[in-house]
Write a protein that binds this ligand. Sequence first.
Ligand code: NAP
Length: 241
Amino acid sequence: MKTALVTGSSRGIGKAIAIKRAEKGYYVLVNFHSNKNAADEALNHIQSNGGNGELLQMDVSNRNDIKNILGDWIKTNPDKAIEVLVNNAGIKDDSLMLWMKDEQWDSVLQTNLDSFFFITRIVIENMVFDRYGRIINIVSLSGLKGLPGQVNYSAAKAGIIGATKAMAQELGRSGITVNAVAPGFIQTSMTEDMDEKNLKKLIPVNRFGTPEEVAHAVAFLVSPEAGYITSQVLSVNGGLF
Ligand code: NAP
């Protein structure tokens, strides 16, 4: 059964991506950290629309959780090949660098960057064996241009962009593409405390984007027809740079 793992898919952008994968006939692993109600809602939505999947509660910032929970799931589900991996789970914890605490650096780097490494390393084993895979890393405009107050977040996202390009070269011969999608301002809980009315003046299309618009870009890159597109960063930002 072709399977998609979307990290952080209980809410926001990840949820929209998971729903779109299910619509395309994938068995979807809906990963979440602590918000069980939101994860149930996401899976219910998928199932009530004729899709299929299951919840995978796992703290992506914890490498042991990844090894034990995801590693075990893969071992016990040999009939479900993860052919699409979307590394989407992420957090921000902003502060000017001068006042940034060790914990703010550690938690943002562990949740955004370390998770990408430990999850992807496990998942590509079978992809290489099957000689097919699609990996999408959700990064950010912040990782492309750097944003003040986000030294930790910009570093994590820029790190993933570099890793995306290195991996694309390692895995191209195995039929695996690796790309990144870089959203600008998207309406989710991550941006709900932002002043959209003022910020949208900076954006050429004059609004924040929707999670579904990011999911649409992901859908394009994970389609079998996109097999000649790898090592790219596709911005979904309304023209804001
Ligand atoms: P969101 O609405 O805050 O949702 C975050 C998701 O990640 C939730 O499903 C959450 O699970 C999960 N998550 C957080 N920490 C986790 C952990 N340690 N282990 C497992 N899951 C965890 O965020 P979003 O706006 O959709 O952001 C999704 C991605 O897009 C992130 O990588 C973010 O950096 C990136 N991005 C967002 C924007 C934007 O404007 N929104 C812009 C650029 C990039 P729970 O429900 O269990 O908490």
